[in-house]
Design a protein around this ligand. Structure first.
Ligand code: FES
Ligand SMILES: [Fe+2]
Length: 414
């Protein structure tokens, strides 16, 4: 068992309400710890049901550093497996998407059905039991057309998220959507710096002039209602019977909030990005539903499209950010939307954020860096993220400690 004493000491050294101690942003040992303590234990928003249009449709992706396959089986259910052959461990599917009648390992052709059962292994000796060599499954859940996966043996309870956020997602009609653009950005920054940046708009006034046109950059916390504009929006959503009240659990948040006066979408000028709406209620003028999962994703759903942000750590100082844009499946490019116009705001914003995260990393690399205080007014969600990170890490460390400590009866017996 790995000795986590040094990492535990870094968490102990964190001053409350401050950014994290330096080693937590720099050390490869901490990167590995983050994979074990967070990425292999949390629910991740990994995509949409429409990305699995037929039996055998698969997506080969990564959850943290773990390659996984998500695939629609013959009963229509989306299943998940670790992307490693049970023979000598070869990768079964290269990263990307496709369709397969069965999963055949490219190395020695061991073959698995869509439920992960080993159905062919050539020239194996008597006594070899295929039933003992099926693919290792992971947990998968779907809610209103969105898909989640968790690598833990016993995942966190998913039902509170389903109950609270499911109705909010349902109005966006994800079962009738299509992905029209994906963008992958390499950021030379620790994944936690990427997520901290994604959880605050303290930097928006100075660094996101385009986003500030539509996005309420001075909104508080999980978009609490404070202004008259926000109160009017809440009343209008109530009339439209659209769930909009902020909801949150330990590892998720969702809230529908009003865009700036005059804006109906998150585009460069606030005008609709797509004429064919995903949610036609209120003529699509329904603000944005922000839904976010700790530790690594957020999404914005306006009446016309959805943008999702998924953070995938590569090592201690490099992170991939994967963005996806979804529109109604019947929206026609060049007729209902101009793709360049649709993606411009988030593309621009993501590039600006990449520069900020890299700037942050370079500064944190300085031996003079010490944790600095959060603004209680503007950085509540960053504070929430780092508190979540520290609490989750602490719970893991405590479990490891308990596993090492002999029980009192064992101690007496000894
Ligand atoms: S490693 Fe897959 S068949 Fe050998
Ligand atoms: Fe930003």
């Amino acid at each position: 068992m790995q000795d986590y004493a040094r990492i535990a000491a870094a968490f102990d050294a964190r001053p409350p309400g401050h950014s994290l101690p330096r080693s937590l942003y720099l050390d490869e040992e901490v990167f590995t710890f983050d994979q074990v303590a967070l990425f292999r234990r949390a629910w991740m928003h990994v995509g949409f049901e429409i990305e699995f249009p037929a039996t055998g449709s698969y997506q080969s992706i990564k959850i943290g550093d773990a390659p996984v396959i998500l695939i629609r089986d013959r009963s229509g259910q989306i299943r998940g497996f670790h992307n490693t052959c049970r023979h000598r461990g070869a990768e079964l599917c290269p990263e990307g998407s496709g369709k397969a009648a069965r999963l055949v390992c490219p190395y020695h052709q061991w073959t698995y059905d869509l439920a992960g059962k080993l159905i062919f292994a050539g020239r194996m000796q008597d006594g070899f039991d295929p039933a003992q060599h099926g693919l290792r499954p992971i947990h998968v859940e779907t809610v209103a057309g969105t898909v989640y996966a968790c690598l833990a043996e016993t995942p966190p309870d998913f039902e509170p998220y389903r109950r609270a956020v499911g109705p909010m997602l349902a109005v966006h009609n994800f079962q009738n959507a299509k992905v029209v653009h994906t963008a992958t950005l390499l950021e030379r920054a620790n994944w936690k710096l990427v997520m901290e940046n994604a959880r605050e708009c303290y930097h928006c006034a100075g660094r996101h002039p385009e986003l500030a046109i539509t996005f309420p950059i001075f909104a508080k916390g999980n978009f609490e209602t404070i202004s008259e504009h926000e109160a009017n929006f809440d009343r209008r959503m109530l009339q439209l019977v659209l769930p909009s009240a902020p909801a949150e659990g330990a590892w998720w948040q969702a809230a529908r909030f009003p865009l700036n006066e005059g804006a109906v979408s998150m585009t460069m000028d606030g005008s609709r990005g797509v004429a064919k709406l995903m949610c036609p209620t209120g003529d699509g003028d329904i603000g944005s539903l922000r839904w976010a999962l700790e530790p690594n994703s957020f999404a914005h759903s306006t009446g016309d499209f959805t943008f999702t942000f998924y953070c995938q750590p590569i090592n201690a100082r490099e992170t991939l950010v994967i963005g996806k844009w979804l529109v109604h499946k019947d929206a026609v490019e060049g007729v209902d939307y101009d793709l360049a116009k649709l993606v411009e705001l988030w593309d621009t914003t993501n590039l600006q954020d990449r520069d900020l995260c890299e700037l942050n990393q370079r500064g944190v690399n300085s031996p003079a860096y010490t944790p600095g205080p959060y603004s209680e007014i503007s950085e509540a969600l960053v504070h929430r993220f780092t508190d979540y990170y520290c609490a989750t890490a602490r719970a893991f460390l405590d479990e490891q400690q308990a596993a090492r400590t002999p029980t009192s009866s064992a101690a007496i017996a000894a």
